[in-house]
Design a protein around this ligand. Structure first.
Ligand code: PEP
Ligand code: MG
Length: 325
């Protein structure tokens, strides 16, 4: 199997009926970087910047952040990298930061909420990113955005830092693409407003599932109870794809759903053309997509989402479709 997947490394990921799907990898530390080459991925779809902060003994200085971001961009070469700004709080704790006691940390003071309340931290990170990408393209996105105003405020910080760097004569990125994670369900009902503002979206299926089903992602007793391959979830994702098309904005998915071949199959059928996976999943997912007839999948699977819900999960239907392929 491993040898078979390695043989696919340089094969473009195109379905049997000609739909190109960009497979990227999720990363977060220097040790992940060789995976870009090894997997033949199209880029890094999610760079989790908080990992550097989580493994450090003290808050990494701006120049330490800068060095890591440069190393990532160097390793990726011409391939795109999407950096996510700090996603700390919730299950991601920094041992050297005072921990506030929260009854529901996943719903608490975390990610962009913390970033906007402590703009010094977010601004120093954004500065490090902008400087690291001097002369190149920068793609950055914010975690846990729940309302469009948070995106506006975070983007304003990026503009402020750009102005600051320009005034000090630093080399600026060739282009800055600013997007957001879509992982808080409230954004599903602000899609038009959101898509007018962002350069791209990336669905975080891990948190989106947790919040849609109100089921703790770290507690298998409840998280395994609800299938992501189910009508409510797939309807929501289909809506995201349709609206993104209408606004002509790219949308990717970077949660674990894309790392399972059957999940990636469902996503490709829904219309996702960019997915970011665990590096070890690139081979198996590519092998499956190469065998997929996307249009046939659309005809067979999409109507199921229109029908009144009988059994919520449609995993069995997807599996029998995949087996017949
Ligand atoms: C997600 O929530 O799906 C995601 C990709 O981010 P993380 O797993 O880091 O929360
Ligand atoms: Mg998340």
């Amino acid at each position: 199997r491993q040898a078979q997947y390695r043989a696919l490394r340089d094969r473009p990921c195109v379905t049997k009926d000609g739909c190109a799907v960009a497979l990227m990898i999720n990363a977060g530390l220097t040790i992940d970087l060789p995976h870009i080459e090894e997997t033949g991925a199209a880029g890094v779809g999610l760079f989790r910047t908080e990992l550097q902060f989580m493994v450090a003994d003290a808050l990494p200085r701006t120049n330490e952040q800068y060095s890591l971001y440069r190393a990532v961009l160097d390793a990726a070469g011409k391939k795109p990298v999407t950096f996510r700004t700090l996603d700390i709080g919730g299950d991601k704790v920094l041992p050297y930061m005072r921990n506030i006691d929260e009854e529901n940390p996943a719903l608490g003071w975390r990610a962009i909420r913390l970033g906007l309340d402590r703009p010094g931290l977010l601004r120093s990170q954004v500065r490090a990113l902008l400087r690291a990408a001097g002369g190149r393209e920068l793609r950055l996105m914010f975690p846990m955005v729940a309302v469009v105003e948070e995106f506006d405020k975070a983007k304003e910080l990026v503009e402020l830092e750009l102005t600051h760097l320009r005034r000090h004569g630093h080399m600026l990125p060739e282009r800055v693409h600013v997007g957001t994670m879509l992982e808080v369900p409230s954004l599903l009902f602000q899609l038009d407003e959101l898509l007018e503002r962002v350069d791209f979206l990336s669905v975080g299926s891990n948190d989106l599932m947790q919040f849609l089903y109100a089921a703790d992602r770290g507690n298998t007793r409840v998280s395994d109870r609800f299938d992501p391959l189910s009508t409510p979830v797939l309807r929501a994702l289909k809506d995201v794809i349709d609206k993104a098309k209408k606004h002509n904005k790219p949308v990717a998915l970077c949660g674990e759903l894309a790392s399972q071949p059957i999940g990636a199959l469902a996503l490709a059928i829904l219309g996702f053309r960019q997915m970011s996976l665990s590096p070890s999943a690139v081979g198996p997912v590519k092998a499956m997509l190469l065998e997929l007839d996307c249009r046939k999948g659309e005809k067979e699977i999409l109507p199921l989402l229109e029908q009144p819900i009988g059994s919520v999960s449609i995993r069995h239907k997807l599996e029998s479709f995949a087996a017949a392929e």
